[in-house]
Design a protein around this ligand. Structure first.
Ligand code: SF4
Length: 389
């Protein structure tokens, strides 16, 4: 690695290839509160050295499969109650129709999202699943994924805490799976905290899912939700939790750093989103803790400033859909892919479409899925330019 001289002795150590410790990360955070620019510069250099000047995104269709949910997170507007107009229960025909539109738009990711085991709380969900021939949401996800795959779109499921055997089933059709850690602090599950009524968000439960996926060699997308009442040190600890899981199993393909945005119909409606500097410092710190990781921020959640994050260490924008809304953040439309491309170019980066599994994790995908991806990928394992024309 090139020898870079920054003013901070601590930051210079990372260029010797040495991993930073929790205590060092706390110290870097505290130094950055006064002057973040050295940290930003270090993160940018590490991104360039490890990920180059390429930024990726995944061209996706968002399948809002069923949005009833057993849990209640106090920031969530995605979840619906029976009878509400926003209830979504997609039939097999709905999935077939949307997959066919997605294929026409050259989407390569079928993002399947559901609430947490809705059938355990709501008879409406249980009955609807039974009428369609399924005993659980997970069973339906297996079928839904097959429909998308047959239409030529690669599934990636985020359905909360799936069991090991459910994930093993989904591995046949899903090139990767997703589960957000959100935060590793159990304090977030305490009284008046955002996960008080969401047992599935207990960090021990989430870590167990990530470990099961590691044992199954499933490429995983995970991430942290920033600004929900955590302390900076709890956030830094969460970054280290993800690093240690990845060091053990080698299966975390990307980390999403999602800035909380208050929703008017939720308990946290009056809590402001995280301050811009706080968010940026934590993005840059994540790059320092995991120099080679794929680090993503969702561009729609920072509509006026997302290109700035190219200067603090990110290398991915996550899924962007040309045809479906972000049902988790419905008030934030996706920027157009052309606009993102232009902003990347202006900042000196090349935007490329990837599959919902990163090229360096292709080897973990089912061999049938891998051969299907290779039919439309280029020699770098990205979606070929010809396919997108
Ligand atoms: S964030 Fe997920 S687990 Fe929490 S209430 Fe919403 S759908 Fe349920």
């Amino acid at each position: 690695m090139s020898k870079i001289i920054l003013k901070s002795e601590l930051l210079n150590k990372i260029f010797d290839g040495r991993q930073i410790t929790n205590d060092e990360a706390y110290q870097i955070y505290q130094e950055a509160e006064n002057n973040p620019f050295e940290l930003y510069k270090a993160a940018q250099i590490l991104r360039n050295e490890n990920r180059g000047k390429r930024v990726t995104y995944s061209r996706k269709v968002f399948f809002n499969l069923i949005n009833l949910c057993r849990d209640t997170c106090s920031y969530c507007t995605y979840k619906a109650e029976p009878g509400e107009s926003k209830v979504s229960m997609m039939s097999k025909q709905d999935i077939t129709n949307l997959a066919s539109i997605g294929r026409k738009y050259r989407c390569t990711e079928a993002l399947f999202v559901t609430g947490e085991r809705p059938e355990q709380k709501y008879d409406e969900a249980k009955t609807w699943l039974a009428e369609n021939g399924f005993s659980s949401t997970a069973e339906y996800l297996v079928h839904a994924s097959e429909i998308a795959l047959n239409a030529g779109i690669f599934p990636h499921t985020n359905a909360g805490n799936l069991t090991k055997s459910e994930m093993n089933q989904l591995k046949k059709t899903n090139v990767s799976l997703g589960v957000m850690l959100e935060n590793s602090s159990e304090r977030m599950t305490g009284k008046n905290m955002p996960h008080e009524f969401a047992p599935s968000k207990n960090p021990r439960a989430r870590i167990h899912v990530l470990e099961n996926a590691g044992n199954l060699s499933i490429p995983m997308t995970t991430g942290l939700l920033i600004g929900i009442g955590e302390s900076p040190f709890e956030l830094i600890d969460s970054i280290f939790t993800l690093r240690s899981i990845h060091q053990k199993y080698g299966h975390i393909q990307e980390i999403i750093l999602q800035n909380f945005q208050p929703k008017s119909d939720t308990m946290m409606r009056d809590v402001p989103g995280p301050e811009g500097k706080y968010f940026k410092i934590l993005v840059a710190l994540t790059r320092l803790v995991m120099p080679e990781m794929n680090i993503q921020i969702p561009p729609n959640l920072s509509p006026n400033s997302y290109p700035d994050f190219l200067q603090v260490g990110i290398n991915d924008w996550g899924g962007i859909s040309p045809i479906t809304p972000d049902y988790v953040n419905p008030e934030f439309a996706w920027p157009s892919i052309d606009t993102v491309q232009e902003n990347c170019r202006n900042a000196g980066f090349e935007l490329r479409a990837r599959f919902p599994v990163y090229p360096e994790f292709f080897h973990m995908a089912d061999s049938n899925l891998k051969s299907k991806m290779l039919e439309i990928s280029d020699s770098d394992g990205l979606v070929s330019m010809e396919y997108l024309k």
